[in-house]
Design a protein around this ligand. Structure first.
Ligand code: UN1
Length: 503
């Protein structure tokens, strides 16, 4: 299927010229736009993007506040219809979206297909939840002479701030969740990926969403995101991105003197995989390569630390080197490519700096060859002495190997847990007790046993972490909409009205 789509996607890509900026009430606000280039080829202009200003944000908030009550009153069933239409619109535009993901975010075609599917899944899954959870009020038991019920309702205007690594799936998923719960949305895409965001917003409007209910506010995080988060007219913030940015948003929200609003954060991870001597080696190698180097390691779920027992370490490392050599690194629009570029020069510079540290303070075990041009950083494997060598998430295709003595498992795992992240965790073993022990030692929101640790499927693997990795609720899970909503309980003394059941 991917090969079939590839030629079409590449042909479409040649003609792409998307424009992004502020889209308020369905119209792109005229403003000075800068060229957007591709991470695989910085000489290639793929579209133009402008920055939203304070006046755009004020106007987006004002029209959203006006439109939101009717959307909320429409109920979950009516909102589900619009979300399902969006799912269908994404499906109809699949090839163009894959092309844009490849051009703007450097996604391989495989990753592009998976990402568009995930965006569709979010729309359909949240449509189902809206229908089930935002329909008629839930009656609750109470004393004779009294009726009690609980109703979920939208909060108002939600700010959705999303990352560049899933510029369609997470962008669409946050918006779909906020809309499903009855909110209007101000969407702030990552600075690196405004074009795909603009395409998604236009599709929402085309699918029948009243334009005032969803504005696009493109621009830089600290400025545009900052103004949005400080705005007195917002009623909640959903954020996916780095832990440091989540702290910054939290501080701004804490300083507001007004309604206390929810903050839904999904942040980074320092994800480990523990292998024991009973693990199936071929399975381990496949899963490590995919989890560490798939999407150029630019997933918060990606594998960063591989823990291998002393006895099997040399053999496993040798096999991993061979598997790394088989990876095709290069043009993301070529269907044979496994690993595309990293997102931008800044991301690459951070990886280069980390590589320098590894060559000074650790042992580089293996490196792939970096292609010319573009912001490429080739997969790298290094051995480090212990998990606490890493203070924080390093976002890219770098795998850190830690050898351990099985007698020291609790100490070794404890050093990872002490870092305070809690996103994904992998375990490879044929002994159930080993898996249980690792799970007890390392708290994580998503635990994967004898498989890769990336690619959570909506509705199947609800995704999200704890501690430094985020607040929950999990995306793509049955409770996903609850923090986007407010709960209203209604208790009526029916004897006071003569027991009229109409009341
Ligand atoms: C992210 O990388 O920001 O399971 C989160 C996965 C994806 C991760 C998305 N859902 O790999």
């Amino acid at each position: 299927e991917v090969r079939g789509r590839a030629a079409k996607a590449v042909a479409l890509a040649a003609g792409e010229r998307e424009t992004a900026g502020a889209i308020v009430e369905g119209r792109l606000v005229p403003a000075q736009a800068e060229p957007v280039t591709s991470p695989a080829d910085r000489s290639r202009v793929i579209g133009y993007a402008a920055t939203a200003d304070a006046a755009d944000i004020d106007r987006a908030v004002a029209v959203a506040r006006k439109a939101q009550p009717a959307w909320d009153r429409l109920g979950g069933g009516g909102r589900a219809m619009v979300l399902r239409a969006m799912g269908d619109a994404l499906e109809a535009e699949m090839d163009a979206l894959i092309a844009l993901l490849s051009l703007e975010a450097g996604k391989t075609l495989n990753d592009g297909v998976a990402e568009v599917r995930e965006a569709i899944d979010f729309c359909r899954y949240y449509a189902d939840l809206a229908e089930r959870q935002f329909g008629a009020p839930t009656p609750l038991p109470g004393p004779v002479g009294e009726t009690n019920q609980l109703q979920l309702a939208g909060r108002g205007v939600f700010a959705c701030i999303s990352p560049w690594n899933f510029p369609l799936a997470i962008f669409t998923g946050q918006i779909a969740a906020a809309l499903a719960a009855g909110n209007a949305v101000l969407a702030k895409p990552a600075e690196q990926t405004p074009l795909i965001a603009a395409r998604a917003v236009r599709l929402f409007h085309k699918a029948g969403l009243e334009p005032a209910l969803l504005a696009l506010l493109s621009g830089e995080g600290a400025t545009v995101g900052g103004v949005i988060v400080n705005h007195p007219g917002i009623d909640g913030v959903a954020f996916t991105g780095g832990t440091e940015t989540a702290w910054a948003i939290n501080r701004r929200l804490a300083a507001r003197n007004g309604p206390i609003i929810p903050f839904i954060a999904e942040t980074g991870g320092l994800n480990g995989m523990f292998v024991d001597t009973t693990a199936l080696k071929e399975q381990v190698v496949d899963d490590v390569i995919l989890s560490a180097f798939g999407s150029a390691g630019q997933r918060c779920s990606a594998l960063r630390l591989l823990f291998v027992p002393h006895d099997s370490a040399d053999e496993l490392v040798a096999t991993l080197k061979g598997a790394m050599d088989a990876l095709v690194i290069g043009d993301p629009a070529d269907p044979s490519t496994d690993v595309g570029p990293v997102i931008d020069a800044e991301a690459k510079a951070a990886l280069v700096a980390h590589r320098e540290r590894l060559s000074r303070e650790a042992t580089i075990l293996h490196e792939c060859v970096t292609p010319e041009g573009g912001d490429f950083f080739a997969p790298l494997m290094a051995e480090i002495p212990a998990a606490d060598f890493l203070e924080r998430e390093v976002f890219g295709p770098i795998l850190h190997v830690v050898r351990y003595d099985p007698a020291d498992l609790s100490k070794v795992a404890g050093r990872l847990a002490a870092r305070g992240y809690g996103l994904t965790l992998g375990i490879h073993s044929r002994i159930e007790r080993f898996a249980e022990e690792v799970r007890e030692l390392v708290p994580a929101g998503n635990v994967y046993v004898n498989r890769s640790i990336i690619g959570a499927v909506v509705g199947v693997q609800p995704f999200g972490g704890e501690g430094l990795s985020g607040t929950g609720p999990k995306a793509g899970g049955p409770h996903a909409l609850l923090r986007y909503a407010t709960e209203r309980a209604l208790s009526v003394n029916i004897t006071a009205q003569g027991g009229d059941p109409a009341l």
